[in-house]
Ligand binder design. Structure first.
Ligand code: P6P
Length: 337
């Protein structure tokens, strides 16, 4: 039986990585791990604590219906990130604007964290897995100043770390600091995330495609052609409606996840800053690809606003390349029609 390696031990062992050397990023990752343990405890007993149901406010800053657990997870993440003293500010799906964190020590905080505290929260009431998504940036402004919007509007290529926590049959934290992707499963008996998936590599291709088939008629023709192709290949359609869960399956078993533009969401539905970029960083680090339905690399997009949406096709490299070929072949605009 392999020796147990906890998240803390693993992070400290990897501290020789440039970004971890100062220990600051180490502290941030550990704080996110702590918040995730707290959220996991509440997610696993949500039905008992009447924590389900829509919070009083109804909608969050970005117009999505808020579940009480969303708010709880948001508060815990902000609390834990404040404690570390390493985080200068955060941007969250649940907050309309970015939040400057109050220094708890006289140490200057050089990092920012963007996150979706509980993605897929509409599944909470029906006990389907949900997830936390986070990305970590170095701040651009001077550490002696207040954080500003430009600090947060950085491309995905500027991420120094990204990860997700999947609250499913077990609680799994997957993250990267740019040197591969590793997964840690929470052992509730010792309250530690333990290394369970070392150096995750996404299969070059797969038997799954993940898209909301209900919007098929609202997709552009080139996307419909690609979806028809997946169906003709007898690929398996798997769509939970929780981005973390859907992409987690693809990361481990291969496949492609698509959220193209629709009439309701002409720019796409998913959020660039705290959903698409962090998950794209992880998938690319595992050997996969992540582009928009318009074939732009997700991590190269220059964000213009905190809650900006993006279309996305993400997963096994050979499948993303094939989808790209369909768009080039059938998109009228690309064919001069
Ligand atoms: P639809 C959950 O609300 C979410 O933000 C993602 O987790 C998920 O992939 C997507 O929206 C589901 O959207 O339109 O298919 O219900």
């Amino acid at each position: 039986m392999d020796k147990i390696v906890t998240l803390d031990e693993f992070i400290i062992r990897r501290q020789k990585d440039s970004e971890l050397a100062s220990g600051a990023l180490t502290g941030l990752l550990r704080d996110i791990g702590i918040a995730s343990k707290i959220v996991s405890r509440e997610v696993n007993k949500a039905g008992l604590l009447n924590i389900l149901g829509v919070a009083g406010s109804g909608d969050n800053a970005t117009g999505d219906t808020v579940q009480k657990l969303d708010l709880y997870a948001n508060e815990k993440l902000i609390e834990c990130l404040t404690n570390s003293g390493e985080c200068a500010g955060i941007a969250s799906e649940e907050n309309e604007d970015f939040v400057q964190l109050n220094a708890v020590t006289d140490k200057k905080a050089n990092y920012l964290v963007v996150f979706d505290p509980l993605d897929g929260s509409s599944n909470i009431d029906v006990n389907v897995s949900v997830g936390t998504i986070f990305g970590i940036y170095r701040r651009k402004s001077d550490a002696s100043e207040a954080v500003n919007l430009q600090d947060f509007l950085q491309k995905g290529t500027d991420l120094v770390a990204a990860g997700y926590v999947l609250y499913g049959t077990s609680t799994l934290l997957v993250y990267t600091t740019g040197r591969g992707v590793n997964g840690f499963t929470l052992d509730p008996s010792i309250g530690e995330f333990c290394l369970s998936h070392r150096d995750i590599q996404i299969p070059a291709t797969g038997r799954y495609y993940s898209v909301n088939q209900g919007y098929y008629l609202k997709f552009d023709v080139e996307m419909r052609r690609y979806i028809d192709y997946c169906s003709d290949l007898n690929l398996r359609l798997r769509y939970i409606g929780s981005m973390v869960s859907d992409i987690h399956r693809i990361l481990f078993q291969g496949g492609i996840f698509l959220y193209p533009n629709t009439r309701k969401h002409p720019q796409g539905k998913l959020r660039l800053l705290y959903e698409c970029n962090p998950l794209s960083y992880i998938v690319e680090q595992a050997g996969g690809k992540a582009i928009t339905a318009q074939l732009e690399r997700i991590m190269e997009i220059q964000p213009r606003s905190l809650h900006q949406r993006a279309t996305i096709a993400i997963g096994s490299p050979d499948m993303v390349d094939e989808m790209k070929e369909f768009v080039e072949r059938y998109n009228p605009a690309l064919n001069g029609e």
